[in-house]
Design a protein around this ligand. Structure first.
Ligand SMILES: Cc1cc2nc3c(=O)[nH]c(=O)nc-3n(C[C@H](O)[C@H](O)[C@H](O)COP(=O)(O)O)c2cc1C
Length: 353
């Protein structure tokens, strides 16, 4: 039954095996997606931080190197942040101890124009678009449907899954609280309070919607894949588990730290961007949560404020000042070429099932 469900999903989306590379903003170079797609899985582009022209160039590069099986992903924008100059000044003073002095203007960082990114995605014509942090506007959904593009909507609760199905999503990606990177909660205020684990989320979502469910969060080996398929998923989406592949090309200090991170060594924090996400519990993440520390500013203000520290951390190879996202199964991530990893994961899963 689980293998049959996965097979139906694969046939519908032109895959040989039910494994999706997670869209990871800033960590999804074309070479990684091309390797994954050529292995029969689905590539991914986390386009949040990409200018429209970069989105088209990414798609061209992956198509030139593979069969073109990939998703392009955007964050649905939150309401504009409420600004507080006194609070921002206190955070700037705190961050000045972790990196270069932070100028006041750093807080003004603006996200890239969402409508222009949506236009670029339509022009790039990916087989699949995905969303996180909310739902695409109805007119964009109508445009992708007209072009035969499928919509995979990230959800973190049963209520979000129902809303995604009602809005026309073709697939829901159920993201458990184990997941590395930002949590996809539609309401930022609930991202920390409603942390549903994957083993409760997947069966509950599978019971609540008729569309296929993809499981994401803390899956990084065959045991996790087999278990997710058994509890109702049609496929799995893996992020952290791919970050040690050479094609991911993340900073070696981050890749090495992932290999040594136990589940309890990760933490949900707003300290990097203002939006809750799971990272390694680095010295900075821990300090930002000390009882006397000020709460982070909202997204994207906090992202702007931490930019200088994060850049210096990358330059110095200091993982304690990098944005070191990682899911709870980080230590299971293997340092293997992506195609080899995909093949091993699926062979081992089939043997288990
Ligand atoms: C470095 C990193 C960046 C991420 N960026 C995005 C993103 O831009 N859009 C998105 O939908 N999910 C993003 N995610 C979340 C993943 O899509 C996925 O839910 C998560 O990686 C699954 O958990 P795992 O890391 O334990 O496999 C990111 C995750 C990581 C680790």
């Amino acid at each position: 039954m689980p293998l049959k469900r996965a097979e139906v999903f694969c046939r519908r989306f032109g895959l040989r095996l039910p494994i999706l590379l997670a869209p990871m903003a800033g960590a999804c170079p074309p070479a990684l997606s091309a390797a994954v797609a050529n292995a029969g899985a689905l590539g991914a582009c986390g386009a949040l931080l990409m200018q429209p022209a970069e989105i088209g160039a990414w798609a061209d590069q992956v198509r030139a190197q593979s069969n073109g099986a990939f998703q392009i992903n955007l964050w649905i924008p939150d309401a504009a942040p409420v600004r507080d100059a006194e609070h921002e000044a206190a955070i700037r003073a705190f961050l000045g101890a972790w990196g270069p002095a932070v100028p006041a203007e750093a807080a003004d960082a603006q996200p890239i124009d969402f409508a222009a990114q949506c236009e670029a995605i339509l022009a790039a014509r990916p087989p699949i678009v995905s969303s996180i942090m909310g739902l695409y506007p109805a007119d964009f959904v109508a445009e992708i449907k007209r072009r035969g593009i499928a919509w995979f909507a990230t959800v973190t609760t049963v209520a979000e899954a129902r809303a995604a199905e009602a809005a026309g999503a073709d697939v829901v990606v159920a993201q458990g609280a184990e997941a590395g990177g930002h949590r996809g909660a539609f309401d930022p205020a609930l991202a920390e309070r409603q942390q549903v684990g994957l083993f409760a989320l997947v069966p509950a979502v599978a019971d609540a919607v008729r569309i296929p469910v993809v499981a994401a969060g803390g899956i990084a080996d065959a045991r996790g894949i087999a278990a997710a398929l058994l509890v109702g998923a049609s496929a799995v989406q893996i992020g952290t588990g791919f970050l040690r592949c050479p094609e991911a090309a993340i900073h070696p200090a981050w890749a090495e730290a992932i290999g040594g991170t136990a589940p309890e060594d990760t933490t949900i924090t707003r300290a990097f961007s203002g939006r809750a996400g799971r990272s390694i519990a680095t010295a900075y993440a821990r300090a930002a949560h000390a009882p006397d520390a000020r709460a982070p500013a909202p997204y994207p203000v906090q992202r702007g404020l931490t930019a200088a520290m994060r850049a210096e951390g990358l330059k110095d190879g200091d993982v304690n000042r990098m944005q070191a996202w990682a899911g709870q199964s980080a230590a299971l991530a293997r340092a293997e070429p992506a195609a080899v990893l995909v093949e091993h994961l699926w062979e081992e899963t089939k043997a288990m099932l």
